[in-house]
Write a protein that binds this ligand. Structure first.
Ligand code: BGC
Length: 459
C-alpha cells in the first residue's frame, strides 16, 4: 500500500475506510475471545494463591459467561438507545475495569467481582461488534466484514493460549488476566476513528450525519441506500421492543434462538475450554497436549479466514449446512474412538485429528455464520434488542455446556458425551435446512422487507 493510499485510508477516503473501521470494531471480538480463553491457564495458578470453595472456583471460571448473559441482556437495548458507538466505548471501559480489578485483586471476593465485570463487557462486545460492522458494511462484502469479528474471537482465544504459556513458568496469573487491559485501551482509542452506524443515526432522525457516514464508507449508491433505510424507518411502528413479539417477527426469532442454542449444545466450548484434558485422555503427554491445543486454536483461526473468503460467495446457508454436517460426522467418529478399548496409539491420533476437524467444521459454519445472521435478520427498530435476547440464549447455553461437560464425562463417559453432542448437531442440521434464510448480497432493508411480507427467506 502506498503512503498516499494509507493517508487516504486514515483520512477516511474511499472504500478502504470501511475495512479500517470494521477491523477496529472487531477488537470487540478479540477481547471476547481473549477474556474467555485466558481463564483456563490463569486458574491453575489462582488456586495456589487463594483458598476457595468449589462453588467459588466455579464462579471464577464460569462467572464470565453468567456476566456475559447479563451484559447481553441489557447491552442490546443500550445499543438501540445510546447508539452502537457509545456502547463500544462503554464495553472498552468495562473491559479495562474488569481486567484491572482481577489483576490487582487482593481477596477472592474482589477477584470474583472483577470476573463478573469482565463478563458483562464480554456480553456487550459480543453484541455490538457484529451489530456495528453489519450496519456500516456495504451489502456485497457484509458477510466477510462482519465475520472479521469472529476471526478476532478466534484470534483472541489463540492469543490467550500464548499469553498463558508465556506467563506459566512464573505462575503470573495477575499478568495473564491484566493483559486484557491492552486491547481494551486500543479499542477505546480506535473509537475515535469510528463513525456512528449510519442506520442507527437515521433511525434517530440524524439524517445528515447518516448521509455523511455513508459517503465516507461507500464509493457509490449512497442515495439509493439512504432511500431504502428511510423507507424501512417510515414503515416501523412506534412500539419498539414490543415488536419483538409480533407474529411477523417470530420466524426470525426462532432462527436466532435456534442457532444460538445449537452453536453451543453441539459442544464447541467443551473442546475450546477443555482441550488439554481431552487430549491427555487420548494418551498424549501434557506438553504434547498443550501444543495440540495451540494447534486447535490455530486451525480455528485459519478456517475462520476460509469462511470469510467464502461467505459472500457461496452464502450463509451452504456454509452452515457443510459446517454442521461435518460436525455430525466428526462427533460420531469421536464418540466411537472413545468407546473402543485402548485409546493410545493409532486411536489417539484419530481422536486428535477428529477434534481438529470438528473445530474446522465449526469455524466455517456455526462459528461465524451465527453471529453474522443475527446481525442481519432483525428489523432496524429492534435489531439491538433482538440480538440481546438471542445472545443471552447463546451465553446461557454456553454456561450450561461448560458447567456440565465435566459432570457428563464423569457420569456417562466421554464417548456418550460426544454422541450426545453429535445428536444435537444432527437436529441442528435439520433445523438449518428447514429454517435458516439466505441473506447473501441483500441489503438489510431488503431482508426486512421480505420478513414483513412473510416471504420465506430460505426460498
Ligand atoms: C462462540 C464461542 C466460542 C468461539 C470459538 C464463538 O462464535 O460464540 O462460544 O468459544 O466461537 O471460536
Amino acid at each position: 500500500m502506498s503512503t498516499a493510499t494509507i493517508r487516504n485510508v486514515l483520512r477516511g477516503d474511499g472504500d478502504r475506510f470501511v475495512y479500517v473501521v470494521s477491523a477496529l470494531a472487531a477488537l470487540n471480538g478479540l477481547l471476547f475471545g481473549f477474556d474467555t480463553g485466558i481463564i483456563s491457564g490463569a486458574f491453575l495458578f489462582i488456586q495456589d494463591s487463594f483458598v476457595m470453595s468449589p462453588l467459588v472456583e466455579g464462579i471464577i471460571v464460569s462467572g464470565a459467561m453468567a456476566g456475559a448473559a447479563a451484559g447481553a441482556a441489557v447491552g442490546g437495548q443500550l445499543a438501540d438507545r445510546l447508539g452502537r458507538r457509545r456502547l463500544i466505548l462503554i464495553a472498552a471501559i468495562v473491559f479495562f475495569v474488569g481486567s484491572f480489578t482481577m489483576a490487582v485483586a487482593p481477596t477472592v471476593p474482589v477477584l470474583v467481582a472483577g470476573r463478573l465485570i469482565d463478563g458483562v463487557a464480554i456480553g456487550f462486545a459480543s453484541i455490538v461488534g457484529p451489530l456495528y460492522i453489519s450496519e456500516i458494511a456495504p451489502p456485497h462484502i457484509r458477510g466477510g466484514l462482519t465475520s472479521l469479528n469472529q476471526l478476532m474471537v478466534t484470534t483472541g482465544i489463540l492469543l490467550s493460549y500464548f499469553v498463558n504459556y508465556a506467563f506459566a513458568d512464573a505462575g503470573a496469573w495477575r499478568w495473564m488476566l491484566g493483559a486484557g487491559m491492552v486491547p481494551a485501551v486500543v479499542l477505546a482509542i480506535g473509537i475515535l476513528k469510528m463513525p456512528e452506524s449510519p442506520r442507527w443515526l437515521f433511525e434517530h432522525g440524524r439524517n445528515d450525519e447518516a448521509r455523511a457516514v455513508l459517503k465516507r464508507t461507500r464509493s457509490s449508491g449512497v442515495e439509493q441506500e439512504l432511500d431504502e433505510i428511510e423507507e424501512t424507518v417510515e414503515t416501523q411502528s412506534e412500539t419498539g421492543v414490543r415488536d419483538l413479539l409480533a407474529p411477523w417477527l417470530r420466524p426470525a426469532l426462532v432462527v436466532g434462538l435456534g442457532l444460538a442454542v445449537f452453536q453451543q449444545i453441539t459442544g464447541i466450548n467443551a473442546v475450546i475450554y477443555y482441550a488439554p484434558t481431552i487430549l491427555e485422555s487420548t494418551g498424549l503427554g501434557s506438553v504434547a497436549s498443550i501444543l495440540a491445543t495451540v494447534g486447535i486454536g490455530t486451525i480455528n483461526v485459519v478456517m475462520t479466514v476460509v469462511a470469510i473468503m467464502l461467505v459472500d460467495r457461496v452464502g450463509r446457508r451452504r456454509l452452515l449446512l457443510v459446517g454442521v454436517g461435518g460436525m455430525v460426522a466428526t462427533l460420531a467418529v469421536l464418540g466411537t474412538v472413545f468407546y473402543l478399548p485402548g485409546l493410545g496409539g493409532g486411536l489417539g491420533i484419530i481422536a486428535t485429528i477428529s477434534l481438529m476437524l470438528f473445530v474446522s467444521f465449526f469455524a466455517i459454519g456455526l462459528g461465524p455464520v451465527f453471529w453474522l445472521l443475527i446481525s442481519e435478520i432483525y428489523p432496524l427498530s429492534v435489531r439491538g434488542s433482538a440480538m440481546g435476547v438471542v445472545t443471552v440464549a447463546n451465553w446461557g447455553a454456553n454456561l450450561l455446556v461448560s458447567l456440565t461437560f465435566p459432570v457428563l464425562t464423569d457420569g456417562v463417559g466421554t464417548s456418550a458425551t460426544f454422541w450426545l453432542f453429535g445428536l444435537c448437531s444432527l437436529v441442528g442440521l435439520l433445523f438449518v435446512y428447514r429454517y435458516v434464510p439466505e441473506t447473501k448480497g441483500r441489503t438489510l432493508e431488503a431482508i426486512e422487507d421480505d420478513l414483513r411480507q412473510n416471504i420465506s427467506l430460505a426460498d
